[in-house]
Design a protein around this ligand. Structure first.
Ligand code: NDP
Ligand code: CA
Length: 313
């Protein structure tokens, strides 16, 4: 695995060890990892990655790369999409002190695949030594008051060291291109804001996910201009949105764009570090997934701290 660097105070720095990043020493901070893992069933059967070898999609190989990638950044909170092996992750991440919750899509495309491993969905894991669970909430996102096939999962957490409470939510919005689908995602975004507003009850919010929308799409503006939650994108604050969060080759060509985000309450938290993305050379000509990168999406990692004085104005 090629090491990736954190940008501390927005200038890159190398970790002491290239294999493992120590956890945040300041217990008031929170390191969040966001990742669309690539569902095993969808990756093998539906995605048709034309430059990806069979080996790279072998579950026994992929699962090790997936867990290594997650654990090496020592995140406090992990938000995942396209999870269709929750039990495996529970076991693997459980051994490292994480507790997880999962919410499947109501009509997951995985279920139409022979030998599937169950539906795919969203998951949240957190370090049980650092956070106490207050409650979890789930939502099947509605579009024009009708349930869609996309979900959100929310966990209210209390920091055991500082007593501060935090609302963590994750989602995976409807995929595919087109104006109608962008409008549909925007409606899902509105429903998501409503869901989070109802359950966050004034806590600082971290909203991570695969929004299937570039920054120019309406849903990005909807999420970042809401006057109630006041969400900002961690990477946008730190470095500007990255040029890509997913990079793959399908029959129709190369797909390389930014659709995954870590949003946070701008008036309650501040971003100190973000993890950089691999370069095109590191990714390699066949793009992802590959023997090196187990998903077609890259993980996003950000360090966030509570603001001592809230700048609500
Ligand atoms: P989405 O459009 O949100 O996509 C589902 C998954 O497909 C996502 O994980 C997405 O990944 C991935 N995806 C996106 N673009 C492509 C692509 N070009 N090629 C392959 N995979 C892609 O779908 P829904 O959740 O709305 O579910 C699909 C629907 O299909 C379900 O409602 C199911 O009922 C229906 N269906 C499927 C059948 C089947 O046999 N497959 C049969 C009958 C119904 P990402 O977000 O990373 O882009
Ligand atoms: Ca996918």
């Amino acid at each position: 695995i090629i090491p990736r660097r954190f940008r501390e105070n927005f200038s890159y720095f190398q970790p002491k060890s290239t294999d493992f990043y120590p956890p945040l020493s300041d217990k008031s901070g929170v390191r969040v990892l966001q990742w669309n893992l690539l569902s095993q069933s969808l990756g093998v059967n539906n995605d048709h990655f034309v430059c990806c070898t069979e080996d790279a999609l072998d579950w026994k190989r992929r699962r090790n790369l997936l867990t290594q990638e997650i654990v090496r950044y020592s995140p406090d909170i992990i938000c995942l999409q396209e999870v269709d092996h929750f039990k495996y992750l529970q076991k693997a991440l459980g051994s490292q002190g994480y507790v997880g919750h999962f919410f499947p899509k109501p009509d997951s495309p995985c279920m139409y695949i022979a030998d599937n491993n169950g539906p795919d969905g969203c998951a949240i894991f957190f370090l049980a030594d650092k956070f106490e669970l207050i409650q979890t909430e789930t939502r099947i996102l509605e579009v024009w008051k009708v349930q869609s096939n996309q979900v959100a999962l929310l966990a209210n957490l209390r920091n055991r060291f500082t007593g501060k409470e935090l609302c963590v939510a994750t989602t995976h919005l409807k995929a595919r291109k087109g104006a109608l689908l962008a409008a549909l995602r925007n409606e899902q975004g509105k429903d998501l804001l409503d869901f989070i507003s109802r359950h966050s009850e004034g806590r600082a919010v971290i909203l991570c996910g695969d929004f299937n929308a570039e920054p120019s799409e309406p849903v990005y503006s909807t999420l970042t201009t809401d006057m109630g939650l006041r969400l900002g994108s961690a990477y946008a604050t730190a470095t500007g949105e990255p040029p890509y969060t997913t990079w793959k080759i399908r029959q129709e060509g190369e797909i390389c764009h930014t659709i995954d985000y870590i949003f946070y309450s701008k008036n309650k938290m501040r971003v100190t570090d973000v993890l950089e993305f691999p370069t095109g050379n590191e990714v390699g000509k066949d793009r992802c997934p590959s023997l090196r990168y187990p998903s077609d999406h890259f993980s996003l990692v950000s360090d966030l701290y509570p603001q001592s004085i809230t700048s609500a104005l």
